[in-house]
Design a binder for this molecule. Structure first.
Ligand code: ARG
Length: 383
């Protein structure tokens, strides 16, 4: 464990040196310092600037992300000193407000204490803003089916929402160290949402669809330099298809295509009418239109694809290969119209660090004892 930590720490310092972020002298000095600290205590702490580089390089190394071009602009907020669930929650709300920025979204990451400190936080929610899901007696779901299980857990923890709607924002559960998990409601004015309308179909608004402006992922841990940060929530801005081709369209999510197709007057009994495809395009048009009208930053899949091509070129010019997962990178609509579709990507067989890492769902981890989320924990697939 100790040796593995030293190896990863030295690798990280070597990376910073190779990328010109530190010079030879600083590199040598820092290695000696880390070595001494590890020998004495078994752990060490990143400097604020190491943490910032870890976040940025971790983003750059994420094989599933098409939006990596601006990786160097990520702002990293160092909140490792916070001790209580209340403080962690307040920092998350601050992150939310700062990153949302009235719609002019900025990429931000907040880092809480490392697992190695024994007082690390875990945020149960997969994202800070998510909509609840409840199964109705007839088997259908009100809200987001992807959140059925978390919604159940929240009820067990005592959550009693004022009302149940298709878009009820879930409270946030935070656990610190060995202490009990605590539940927090997000202040309504910190959660920017966009009602979905269509530029030509006036009936579209009647579907009552909406989505939140900020995708803020909080269940991936950041692994860097031999340390693991189980709570390191981060956000970018949305690519339209994430909402319009997946969240609102997938059959096991909001499943809106049949309703849209019917309103469009398409024949939903014949697959060759391509009613799904036509409804899907209009839903994408609607989401892009609505975010623009609301002044909320969003990228369409064509622009995102072009930006990703620029990213690949820039990385190649720097002598780096870009790990990529084709099945995640290719946009879920009109794949072949995107240059991302027409090539292969370096497999991420031996992903180095820094990188983001999936963790077991927090409520399962809790049952297994506090903080099993140390390096080497099993990787579960997350959406
Ligand atoms: N796909 C996720 C969602 O629909 C968000 C993942 C992160 N996306 C991003 N653009 N940074 O909520």
């Amino acid at each position: 464990m100790q040796a593995a930590r030293w190896i990863e720490a030295a690798e990280f310092q070597g990376l910073l040196l190779r990328e010109g972020l530190i010079d030879q002298v600083a590199h040598g000095r820092r290695l000696r310092q880390i070595n001494t600290e590890l020998a004495a205590t078994g752990r060490y702490e990143h400097t604020a600037s190491e943490l910032e580089q870890a976040g940025r390089i971790g983003w750059r190394a994420t094989p599933r992300c098409i939006g990596r071009l601006p990786w160097q602009t990520l702002q990293v907020l160092d909140r490792r000193h916070l001790q209580t669930p209340e403080e962690v929650f307040q920092a998350c709300v601050e992150h939310l407000r700062w990153a949302t920025n009235g719609g002019r979204i900025r990429p931000v990451m907040t880092v809480f204490a490392a697992a190695e400190t024994g007082r690390a936080a875990r945020i149960w929610n997969p994202q800070l803003i998510r909509y609840a899901g409840w199964r109705r007696p007839d088997g259908t779901v009100l809200g987001d089916p992807a959140q059925l299980e978390l919604t159940d857990r929240l009820h067990e923890l005592g959550w009693r929402p004022a009302q149940r709607t298709a878009f009820t924002v879930l409270p946030v559960v935070i656990q610190v160290g060995h202490h009990r998990s605590q539940l927090f409601e997000l202040p309504a004015d910190a959660v920017l949402e966009v009602p979905i309308t269509h530029p030509e179909f006036s009936w579209f608004a009647e579907l009552g669809l909406r989505w939140h402006a900020l995708p803020m992922v909080c269940n991936l841990g950041l692994r860097a330099g031999g340390l693991f940060y189980p709570a390191a929530p981060f956000n970018g801005w949305y690519m339209s298809t994430e909402i319009a081709a997946r969240n609102l369209a997938d059959v096991d999510r909001y499943d809106q295509l049949p309703a849209i197709a019917r309103r469009m007057g398409l024949n939903t009994r014949s697959s060759i009418s391509l009613w799904r495809d036509r409804a899907l395009v209009e839903l994408n048009v609607a989401v892009l239109h609505s975010f623009k009208a609301a002044g909320v930053r969003m990228v369409d899949h064509h622009s995102a694809s072009a930006q990703f091509m620029t990213h690949l070129d820039r990385e190649r010019d720097q002598g780096r290969s870009t790990p990529g997962d084709w099945s995640w990178l290719v946009p879920p609509v009109s794949g072949s119209t995107s240059p991302v579709f027409h090539r292969y990507y370096a497999a991420d067989a031996d992903p180095g660090t820094p990188r983001f890492q999936a963790q077991p769902e927090a409520w399962r981890a809790v049952a297994a004892g506090p903080h099993p989320a140390t390096p080497g924990c099993p990787v579960h697939r997350v959406a």
